[in-house]
Design a protein around this ligand. Structure first.
Ligand SMILES: C[S@@+](CC[C@H](N)C(=O)[O-])C[C@H]1O[C@@H](n2cnc3c(N)ncnc32)[C@H](O)[C@@H]1O
Length: 196
């Protein structure tokens, strides 16, 4: 079990509170969250995208790592109530300044982001965490591949727990010449892809 000793008291309190309701909000488990936090620090990621904010549990782990790298998080959620709860949680943790919590359908927002990157308003991403609608993973991939730098990482959750639903995503990545992949045996399965 991972301790939360690296966090501020406020952040620790919020994380412990959110862990009590994690099944209601479909949050990642603590081991997956801790791994993503470490990976961002190891990779020195600066510009992170999350698809599927929920109440902000995983976003807090991602953004706290970005405090160390000097980066920022953009996270997408289409359920406004959840987005509002996440924003309150980010604020309680003092992370709201480095998080852009976007409201809307991921597929539409990813198209907007592509336009922003092409116009030079936004940088491309170096780390992307996918944790939203499982059958849509492959469509997210088609839209995020042009937004991800070479040397970037995609981590996709629920790739063992929802193996059937994410099968087209796994197949596409495993056959893709520009990606090196590894399935990691966390609670729900985390599929890691490195863009060569
Ligand atoms: C598994 S939960 C995310 C959990 C979160 N990453 C965490 O671990 O704390 C998935 C979230 O994605 C949202 N979602 C699902 N499909 C979406 C879509 N197409 N666009 C935006 N949000 C979506 C759901 O409303 C839900 O809150």
């Amino acid at each position: 079990m991972q301790s939360l000793c690296e966090f501020s008291d406020d952040t620790k309190e919020v994380l412990l509170e959110l862990e009590k309701t994690r099944k209601d909000f479909w949050n990642v488990d603590r081991a997956t969250a801790n791994f993503l936090n470490m990976l961002i620090k190891i990779h020195n990621s600066k510009n992170v995208l999350e698809i599927g904010t929920s109440n902000g549990y995983s976003g807090i782990w991602l953004a706290d790592a970005l405090k160390h790298t000097g980066g920022k998080l953009t996270t997408i959620e289409f359920w406004d109530k959840r987005r509002s709860v996440a924003q309150e949680n980010f604020k309680k943790c003092g992370l709201d300044g480095i998080i852009d919590a976007r409201l809307g359908s991921a597929l539409l927002i990813l198209d907007e982001m592509r336009g922003e990157i092409e116009q030079g308003i936004r940088d491309s991403f170096d780390f992307i965490f996918i944790d939203a609608n499982k059958p849509e993973y492959v469509e997210y991939f088609h839209k995020i591949d042009p937004l991800l730098k070479s040397g970037g990482i995609i981590a996709a959750d629920n790739t063992i727990s929802h193996a059937k639903k994410v099968e087209p995503y796994l197949k596409e990545l495993l056959e893709h010449p520009s990606y090196q992949n590894q399935m990691l045996n966390f609670e729900a399965g985390l599929f890691l892809s490195f863009k060569i």
